[in-house]
Design a protein around this ligand. Structure first.
Ligand SMILES: *Cc1c(COP(=O)(O)O)cnc(C)c1O
Length: 434
C-alpha cells in the first residue's frame, strides 16, 4: 500500500525525539534537508552569542579567558562530546578546522609510519572522498615521500597490503551517503600494519561511532554539520592514547605547549590531546558550539544515539520509498545504499546526464534550486562526467526533521519534476556556493 500523509503524521506523533525539534530556530515554511552541510541554529545560540559578546567580552575583557573559562573550551566541549564517538574524557578537543586537523593527524601518522615502517610508501583513500581530504593528503604525501593511491570503495579491502602506510577514509561519503564498516576496515588495515584515520564529518551526531570499539588510530570531524555548532564552528580531533604522545603534531603552536604561559623559547608539547591545539582559540565560536552539543546531551534520556539512528533510518527509508512511489520517470536513481548497515543519514539521488535544459547537463542543479525556491532546502553536488553522476543531496537530521517534512519534501520534488518548473532560467544560474 502506498504511504499517505496520515501515515507520516502518525510516525511524528509516535516519535520519542519530537520534543527536541523545539530546541531549533527553523524558519517558517522551510523544510531543512541540508543539516549535513550546515546544521540548523539551536535557539539557545542567539542568547549565548549575546552573552559572550556583551558580558564575557564586553565586560570581562581579557579576564574572561579565566573567569568565563574560555581557556578550557576545546577540552571541556571535547569531554562533553567524547561519549558520542566512543572515546574517553581528555582524549578529544574541538579546535581549528577539519582540513587543518587532518593535516595534523596525517602528518603524525606519516611520521609514525616513517619511523616504524619506512619501506611503506602508500597512502590510500577513496577517489570520491571529500576534496579537501585529498588535497591535504597530497600535501602530506609530498612532504613525506608517499604516494597517494585513490580507490573505489569496493577496491579498498584488496588494497590493504604491506606496502601501505596509511589508510585515510571518510566514514560516511559526502556524495553518496554510503558508510564504511569502520571496525572491519580498521581491523583489516591493522592486520597489515596500516594506520587508520577516519574522517567523521558526516558521522558525528548522525550515526553511531565507536572509535575505541573499532580500535581506530586517529579521527577528525566537523561540528557545523550534524552537531549544529554554527557556520565555521571548530572541528574535533582525536588520537588514540597509544599514539598521542609519540609525535608533535606539525603545527606546534603555543596553545599546544606544555606550559604556554611560561613563554619559554623552546617548544615542549603538552601531554595528551592538548598538543593538537595550535594558536589562540575561537572563544566565540566554541561558546556557541556548546549550544549544539547541549541538544545531544539533552537527547540522552530519550535514547541517545540509538534513538537518533533509529529515527534517521526511518526518515531515509521513508524518503526513498516516497521517491520511488511518486517520482518515477524523471531519470532519478539512488546513490545511497538501501542496506541500513551501509547508509549514513542522507539520501542522494542521481540524475542522468543529458536531461537538462541545454540537453547536456543533468538538470540536477536546477531541480535543487527550484526546490529551494519552494522552501525545501537540499543541495547539489557535481558529478565527474563519468562514473559519478550529478547528485541531489538530502540530509535527514533526526533532531529536527519530522516524517511529515519528508512527505512534503517529496511532494514538492514530484511537483517540480511534473511541472518542469526547474527549466526556468533563474533556476539554471549557478551560484558560487552550491
Ligand atoms: C565538510 C567536510 C569537510 C570540511 O572541512 P573544512 O576544513 O571544515 O572546510 C572536510 N571533510 C569532509 C569529509 C567533509 O564532509
Amino acid at each position: 500500500m502506498p504511504l499517505t500523509l496520515q501515515d507520516c503524521r502518525t510516525l511524528d506523533a509516535n516519535d520519542v525525539l519530537r520534543p527536541l525539534r523545539a530546541r531549533f530556530a527553523l524558519p517558517e515554511g522551510v523544510i531543512y534537508l541540508d543539516g549535513n552541510s550546515l546544521g540548523a541554529q539551536p535557539k539557545a545560540a542567539a542568547a549565548c552569542a549575546a552573552r559572550v559578546v556583551e558580558q564575557e567580552w564586553g565586560q570581562g575583557l581579557i579576564r574572561s579567558w579565566n573567569s568565563a573559562g574560555w581557556i578550557d573550551l576545546p577540552r571541556r566541549l571535547g569531554d562533553q562530546f567524547a561519549p558520542w564517538v566512543g572515546v574517553g574524557p581528555g582524549e578529544l578537543v574541538f579546535t581549528d578546522t577539519t582540513s587543518i586537523n587532518l593535516y595534523k593527524v596525517l602528518t603524525a601518522a606519516a611520521r609514525i609510519a616513517q619511523e616504524d615502517a619506512p619501506e611503506r610508501k602508500k597512502l590510500i583513500s577513496e577517489r570520491s572522498n571529500f576534496p579537501t581530504d585529498l588535497y591535504i593528503a597530497q600535501s602530506v604525501c609530498q612532504e613525506y615521500g608517499l604516494e597517494l593511491v585513490l580507490l573505489e570503495p569496493e577496491e579498498i579491502a584488496a588494497a590493504l597490503q604491506p606496502d601501505v602506510a596509511i589508510c585515510m577514509l571518510t566514514h560516511v561519503n559526502y556524495r553518496t551517503g554510503a558508510m564504511h564498516a569502520m571496525q572491519e576496515v580498521t581491523a583489516a588495515a591493522h592486520a597489515q600494519g596500516i594506520l587508520c584515520i577516519w574522517d567523521l564529518c558526516h558521522s558525528a551526531g548522525a550515526v553511531p561511532v565507536d572509535l575505541h570499539g573499532a580500535n581506530a588510530d586517529f579521527a577528525v570531524g566537523c561540528s557545523y554539520k550534524y552537531l549544529n555548532g554554527g557556520p565555521g564552528a571548530p572541528a574535533f580531533v582525536w588520537a588514540h592514547p597509544r599514539l598521542i604522545n609519540r609525535f608533535w603534531q606539525p603545527l606546534s603552536g603555543w596553545f599546544g605547549h606544555a606550559a604556554p604561559f611560561q613563554f619559554t623559547p623552546d617548544y615542549q608539547p603538552a601531554a595528551g590531546i592538548d598538543r593538537y591545539l595550535c594558536g589562540t582559540q575561537s572563544a566565540l565560536s566554541l561558546s556557541v558550539l556548546q549550544c549544539g552539543l547541549d541538544v545531544f546531551t539533552e537527547a540522552e534520556p530519550y535514547g541517545g544515539m540509538a534513538a537518533l539512528r533509529r529515527k534517521s533510518l526511518a526518515l531515509t527509508d521513508l524518503f526513498m520509498q516516497l521517491v520511488q512511489e511518486r517520482c518515477q520517470g524523471h531519470g532519478l536513481g539512488f546513490a545511497t545504499p538501501g542496506d541500513h548497515a551501509l547508509r549514513g543519514s542522507q539520501v542522494c539521488l542521481t540524475r542522468s546526464e543529458g536531461l537538462g535544459v541545454d540537453g547536456k547537463d543533468s538538470g540536477a542543479y536546477a531541480i535543487v534550486q527550484a526546490l529551494i525556491a519552494r522552501g525545501v532546502i537540499g543541495d547539489f553536488r557535481k558529478g565527474d562526467g563519468g562514473k559519478h553522476l550529478d547528485i541531489l543531496r538530502f540530509g535527514f537530521t533526526p533532531l529536527y526533521v519530522g516524517f511529515e517534512d519528508v512527505w512534503h519534501a517529496v511532494e514538492h520534488l514530484h511537483q517540480v519534476l511534473e511541472s518542469g518548473e526547474w527549466r526556468q532560467p533563474q533556476f539554471n544560474q549557478v551560484h558560487a556556493v552550491t
